[in-house]
Design a protein around this ligand. Structure first.
Ligand code: FE
Length: 349
C-alpha cells in the first residue's frame, strides 16, 4: 500500500494519500486548499490517479481542497450524508465502505465534534478526523458539536477497535504524527473519565477561542460551488419529470454513475446502464463503449447519480468528448424519487 501523511503547517492539518499500488487509483482524506498543487505533484510522481477526495467533517480552520481537486482531476468528492457542504458528490453513511481499487475502508459515523464527523477504519489503522486526536479530542462547542455524542463515538465506537490500531487524526499541534488506540486509552487525558456526565463537564469547560479564520472558512466550505448550476445554465439538464417522460424512449440511454453499494441501498432506474463514475472517462473517450454507443446508434446519453453532482461532471466530460446531446437528471435519483417516479419503476438492483 502507498500511504503518505501530509502536513499543512498553517492549520496544523494532516491529510492522507492512500493507494493500493503505483499506477493505481488513489484517495485523499482532508485535503487543504493551499496544498492542492503539492498533492497533485505527488500524485503524478507516484503515478497515481486521484479518484476520491474525502473530508472527515466540515472544517472550521482551513478551506477544504475538495473543490479544487474536483476541478483539476474530476475526482468524486465525499463526505457523510449529514453534511451541508455543496461540493460533495457522494455521501456516505455508517456501515458503508469507502472504496478505491484495491482498498476498502469501513465508514463509521462518529458525531460529537460536529454532527457530520466520520471516521474511516482499515485493519491496522483508523482515520479519526477531529473525533479522537493524539492525547486530545476535538472540541464540541460549535458546528452542532455535542459532548454526549462524542463520548459515545469515542467509548462506544473508536476505543472498541483493537488496541494496536494506529490512530491518524486530522490535526496535531504538538508535532505528534501517529498514536494507537491502546496508547490513547491509557494516556489521553480526556479519556480518563468514569462517566458521560464527567466527559460533558470536561468538554463544556474548555473555554477555547474560536479558530482564527472560522467566520470565513465555514461559509467557504459550505459553498464551494456547484457544477449542477452551470450545467443547467448550458441547457444540459433534465428535471426528474422530463427524464421520466423520456426514459422509455428507444433513443435514450440512461446511465447510472453510482457505485454498486449505492444502487443496492437506494434502488436504480430500470433499464439504465451501470457505468460507475470512476470508469466513465475511458468509456466516453473516442473508442470507448459509451462514445461508440452514442455515435453509432444516435442515442442521447442521460446520466444520473445520487444527487446530480457526479452526473453534472459526467455531462461536462461527455460534451468535452464531443457527445453534444449528453445531459443529466438534475438532483439525481433523489429528485427522481421525490418526483414520485420511484415506487413502480425503481428496482432494488
Ligand atoms: Fe474540525
Amino acid at each position: 500500500m502507498i500511504f503518505r501523511q501530509l502536513f499543512d503547517q498553517t492549520s496544523g492539518t494532516y491529510s492522507y494519500l492512500l493507494a493500493s499500488r503505483r499506477g493505481g487509483e488513489a484517495l485523499i482524506i482532508d485535503p487543504v486548499l493551499e496544498k492542492v498543487d503539492r498533492y497533485l505533484q505527488l500524485v503524478r510522481e507516484l503515478d497515481l490517479r486521484l479518484v476520491k477526495a474525502i473530508d472527515t467533517h466540515l472544517h472550521a480552520d482551513h478551506i477544504t481542497g475538495l473543490g479544487a481537486l474536483r476541478d483539476k482531476t474530476h475526482c468524486i468528492t465525499v463526505m457523510g450524508e449529514q453534511t451541508r457542504a455543496d461540493v460533495v458528490s457522494m455521501r456516505l453513511a455508517d456501515g458503508d465502505k469507502l472504496t478505491i481499487e484495491g482498498l476498502a475502508l469501513d465508514v463509521i459515523y462518529t458525531p460529537g465534534h460536529t454532527d457530520d464527523s466520520y471516521s474511516f477504519v482499515m485493519p491496522d489503522r483508523v482515520f479519526t478526523g477531529d473525533t479522537l486526536l493524539i492525547r486530545g479530542t476535538g472540541r464540541t462547542d460549535f458546528q452542532n458539536g455535542d459532548p454526549r455524542m462524542q463520548f459515545e463515538s469515542l467509548f462506544g465506537r473508536l476505543l472498541k477497535l483493537p488496541d494496536a490500531t494506529m490512530v491518524f487524526p486530522a490535526h496535531d499541534y504538538k508535532g505528534d504524527t501517529v498514536s494507537t488506540i491502546g496508547e490513547e486509552k491509557a494516556f489521553n487525558p480526556r479519556l480518563q473519565v468514569t462517566s458521560v456526565d464527567e466527559y460533558v463537564e470536561l468538554m463544556n469547560n474548555l473555554k477555547l477561542a474560536n479558530p482564527k479564520m472560522m467566520d470565513v472558512v465555514v461559509p467557504a466550505n459550505l459553498r464551494v460551488g456547484l457544477h449542477q448550476e452551470e450545467i443547467a445554465r448550458r441547457g444540459w439538464a433534465l428535471t426528474a419529470q422530463q427524464a421520466l417522460a423520456l426514459a422509455a424512449r428507444p433513443d435514450i440511454a440512461l446511465i447510472d454513475l453510482r457505485e454498486r453499494s449505492e444502487r443496492e441501498r437506494h434502488g436504480a432506474i430500470p433499464g439504465a446502464l451501470h457505468v460507475p463514475y470512476t470508469v466513465l472517462l475511458e468509456n466516453i473517450a473516442p473508442g470507448g463503449t459509451l462514445h461508440e454507443l452514442a455515435k453509432s446508434t444516435g442515442k442521447r446519453l442521460v446520466f444520473y447519480c445520487a444527487f446530480g453532482e457526479r452526473s453534472a461532471m459526467a455531462v461536462q466530460a461527455a460534451q468535452d468528448a464531443g457527445l453534444n446531446t449528453a445531459c443529466h437528471i438534475e438532483g439525481g435519483i433523489d429528485a427522481w424519487k421525490k418526483a414520485g417516479c420511484n415506487d413502480s419503476r425503481a428496482s432494488t438492483h
